[in-house]
Design a protein around this ligand. Structure first.
Ligand SMILES: [Zn+2]
Length: 135
């Protein structure tokens, strides 16, 4: 992954969301992260996006977000929106590659909102894809 690519992807996500919602949405920052536990992924900070938008356009957004993951060469096994707690404002979209320690925490959760600040768009249970530990 090179900086030029992530700049392009930031702008593609912004344009795609704007087109989809016919409204000004901003992607203020695209971050790559790695956590001490072993989780890693991408965070896309957004302004102007609401949980309602995701619920209405979930299918289209998800297929676009999966495409983004493949462009970034990361698995699209876990995609979620992070909400401003106690509101329906979407603060960020996350693609997270879960480590073995964090995976069970989400695998046992049921429903789309295991925590008040998380709305799960896509979660692949392990064994479903037989891809497990690669990469
Ligand atoms: Zn972890």
């Amino acid at each position: 992954m090179i900086t030029k690519e992530i700049l392009q992807i930031r702008s593609d996500i912004e344009n795609n969301l704007r087109k989809m919602l016919a409204r000004a949405v901003m992607v203020t920052e695209l971050d790559v992260f790695a956590l001490p536990c072993g989780c890693s992924g991408i965070t896309v900070n957004v302004r102007g996006l609401e949980l309602d938008d995701i619920e209405v356009f979930e299918e289209q957004m998800l297929s676009f977000f999966k495409e983004v993951a493949s462009r970034l060469e990361i698995p699209s096994s876990f995609i979620f929106a992070r909400l401003v707690p106690g509101s329906s404002v979407v603060a960020a979209i996350n693609w997270r590659v879960l480590c073995d320690r964090c995976y069970p925490e989400f695998a046992i959760a049921s429903g789309k909102t295991p925590r008040p600040d998380i709305y799960i768009m896509h979660f692949e249970r392990r064994g479903q894809k037989g891809k497990g530990k690669k990469r």
